[in-house]
Design a protein around this ligand. Structure first.
Ligand code: BES
Ligand code: MN
Ligand code: MN
Length: 462
């Protein structure tokens, strides 16, 4: 394969500017106020795929936001790579914590990104990482060296649970046939410690509502005499963990895969500094399930977290009131073999059982999905590993991530193919947080590395 560095050097300004244009579109899938922008982003992705050299690109309508499907088929006999990514982004709020407006991208350098990073919502998750694939295809096509077929499936509902993608995949199995699925929507350890994500956690997301009296009450006249839904809700939530931070839901751990001593020892070899971890988050101690290290807690162990809690008076000053209702949004991150629907049921039964007389509880499941583990003995992993060796000069470390891309397990079920997770983001890139950014170096490194994946995967498939 021709060296890509020359092409990159010539085109990098344009590559950066094109991404900046895409980042200006506020494609927030969670908020209906942005629905036109989400649709505009799908059109922009379509245009970019055509420009990069796809033969055909379609906007596939769903019951929600469209899926952009594009392909470049050079020879049906050759291997086919299916690239998945998403053009939707998380909401930007809290907006006042951004140092520059979330949809007006700026490049600034940081300690870990001395070459500069692009600050914008979606810079890393996932527009920047998805766009690396568009530019990698462009390079391969424009230099006449594409060695395989490439298909793109870029969706606009990832951040809200990919509800319509499952149906699309099930109804388009033929069209989506592939030999390997390639996704850049995860991270790596550090710019000098490349890693490939080999696992994702599953997810169950629920909302709970605790109702006490039929109206808000004077907290002097009624306080102490009726159940206060907020007091009760917080007590119920507190009861979901024991003193060792184990989750107390009966049956929750039944299917959790326990890693062997050897596997845990292997995991512990990945470079990690607890001191730096604490420093980066400005905390004086880590916290979590007894008996496990920080890296185990955030990857191979299941968790339960309150993501939001509200009720009562939160305006200026003080109002003496007992609210009629209290609410919380709770997520559970799951590990392989835990079934998200089963866990959702276990949660519901247990949570309802925790409610004292005097309140009623409603549990509403949102979305969820299964976890995933990528084997490292297949051609996909081997090709990715060789690609990183070529461009980073180092063998990447396999590492399980704590995040979720629920659709990956569904791909395996429906399309019978494995997924390789070549992520180029860093944990410090602040995805889902204010001041999300993506290193310019990482963006260009991704564009440089992906073509080698095409090349090695095709070689290894011969
Ligand atoms: N790209 C992330 C997932 C991710 C990030 C995995 C970093 C591993 C490392 C994805 O966009 C995401 O945010 N997923 C959601 C789940 C989804 C159902 C909303 C998540 O993990 O919270
Ligand atoms: Mn993502
Ligand atoms: Mn995300």
């Amino acid at each position: 394969m021709h060296d890509i560095t020359e092409y990159l050097a010539k085109n990098k300004e344009r590559f950066i500017n094109e991404l900046i244009q895409l980042l200006k579109i506020p494609s927030v899938s969670a908020d209906p106020a942005y629905s036109q922008d989400v649709i505009n982003a799908s059109e922009a992705v379509k245009a970019s795929l055509l420009e990069a050299g796809c033969d055909t690109v379609e906007i596939c309508e769903t019951n929600g936001y469209p899926i952009v499907y594009g392909e470049k088929i050079i020879n049906p006999e050759l291997p086919t790579i299916l690239v998945y990514g998403h053009y939707d982004v998380q909401p930007a709020d809290p907006i006042d914590l951004w140092n520059s407006p979330p949809f007006e991208p700026v490049i600034k350098s940081t300690d870990v990104h001395p070459e500069g990073a692009i600050f914008a919502r979606g810079a890393c998750d996932d527009k920047g990482q998805m766009y690396m694939h568009v530019k990698a295809l462009e390079f391969m096509v424009k230099t006449y060296q594409l060695p395989c077929n490439v298909k793109f499936m870029i969706e606009g509902e990832e951040e809200v649970g990919s509800e319509n993608l499952g149906t699309f995949v099930a109804e388009n199995k033929e069209k989506l046939t592939n030999d390997i699925i390639l996704i850049s929507d995860t991270g790596m350890i550090a710019n000098n410690v490349p890693s490939i994500t080999t696992g994702l956690r599953g997810l169950s997301y629920v909302e709970v509502e605790v109702t006490g009296p039929n109206r808000d009450l004077h907290s002097g006249l009624y306080g102490g005499a009726v159940a206060n839904p907020i007091n009760v809700l917080t007590k119920m939530i507190a009861a979901l963990h024991d003193e060792n931070n184990h989750i107390t839901i009966p049956g929750f751990y039944d299917k959790v895969e326990e890693l062997s001593k050897e596997e845990r020892a292997e995991m512990a070899k990945a470079p990690f500094s607890l001191e730096n971890y604490k420093k980066a988050l400005d905390i004086n101690a880590v916290y979590g399930e007894k008996g496990y290290t920080t890296n185990e807690r955030n990857s191979i162990r299941p968790t339960l977290d309150v993501n939001g809690i509200w009720g009562g008076y939160i305006g200026a000053g003080a109002k003496t009131v007992i609210a009629s209702k209290a609410y919380a949004k709770i997520s559970m991150r799951l590990v392989p073999h835990q079934d998200w629907k089963e866990i959702t049921e276990l949660f519901k039964t247990h949570f309802e059982s925790l409610a004292p007389d005097g309140v009623t509880v409603k549990v509403t499941p949102h979305h969820g999905g299964q976890g995933y583990v990528t084997p490292i003995d297949n051609n996909g992993y081997k090709a990715a590993s060789k690609a990183y060796e070529t461009t980073f000069g180092k063998t990447p470390i396999p590492q399980r991530s704590g995040g979720s891309i629920p659709i990956v397990s569904l791909f395996e079920k429906e399309l019978k193919s494995k997924t390789i997770l070549m992520g180029f983001g860093l944990d410090s890139d602040a995805i889902h947080s204010p001041n999300e950014h993506f290193g310019v170096w990482n963006y260009l490194k991704g564009i440089e590395t992906i073509p080698y994946f095409y090349y090695y995967f095709t070689e290894l498939s011969k």
